[in-house]
Ligand binder design. Sequence first.
Ligand code: PLP
Length: 386
Amino acid sequence: MYKIPSFKSHYSASDVEAVMKVIDRAMFWADGPEIDEFERNMAGYTGISHALAFNSGTSALLAGLLAIDVKGREVICPSFTFIASANTIELAGGTPVFVDCEATTFGLDVAAVAQAITPNTKAVMTIDYGGCVSRDILALRALCDAHGLLLIEDAAQSFGARLDGVHAGAHSDFAIFSFCQNKVITALGEGGGLVTRHQSIYEKAKYLRSHGRVDQPGKKHFETSQDNEYLFPGYNFRMPSVNAAFASSQLANIASNLALRQTVAGYYRARLDSLPMVRQPAAPERFSHCFQMYTVVLPSHACREQLKEHLLAAGVLVRGYFEPLHLKPYFRAKNKDLVLPVAEALGQTVLTLPMYPTLSEESVNYICDLIVAFASQSGHLEMVQK
Ligand SMILES: Cc1ncc(COP(=O)(O)O)c(C=O)c1O
């Protein structure tokens, strides 16, 4: 057990009440009205017309990729991301084509994407890393439109992030969010969401979520006496009712959650700004960061490794999110000579510090004291040089 964990789930009494209400009715723990309600709330909050709840961000991403049908086609995607981004492309029968990211928000670099387009490209998937919409999202939209490609946003980490006041996912053909325990809001442990402007993607993903089943109008499967029609093979990727109730309650309180995250980010900034070589997360102008994570970039791999050990030894759980996917055995075997300089450099130098709404100023000071002490030791002058 660490003295300071990397995340802590945040909840209120109203979240618990919402769950108890579902449990107490002893009916419809699956497929209850809370699912539709959470979907309406997700669509309302994001401003994106169609929303679906899933049991994870991974299942939402897989359903979306199957819905647009990437079988036998290339999907340009980041390497500096979580494994699910590329795994789901493979599982949907497509080929992930890894391209480099930009060094500002760590989303896909539009110039690198432009070079990777081939006649077999179907879609481009960017990542909204750690709580910020991809820097190049508008340019990626324009590029995809010019080439007749679909744009996907893996916004698993960025529920609550905005560009010009517009929510993450709004510029894409579909986007997904994760409501896992370490995300901005959670559906009580695991959960996911898919948002899209396209009725066709929405419908296909909805069937895929639940066995390809066509519900009778106005009736849920568990309320009927007859079997339903099944259009094509699908999964059980449904979010349970208690999780949807919990997620809606979390969403109702998201403003205070986001404000607390901004406060914690402010504590970090105030302390680490005196160490200019610790590059802190900063949203570009017009972007608002929701600080799902607080990832800093250090001057070298050796420095990152030593600081990581120093913090772990003092009871602070830190991680390097992410190691590039094209260097992982399965994808390395298929991309033997691929070099992605920005992703590889980030993979060696990022360090994700603890971030959660109830992280106290005292705890941030404890972490920052350790970083400052480390930086002032001989041999780490690179961290304090201007
Ligand atoms: C970028 C990214 N994509 C996809 C996922 C998958 O989401 P889930 O864990 O809800 O399946 C995650 C989870 O952390 C993620 O960080």
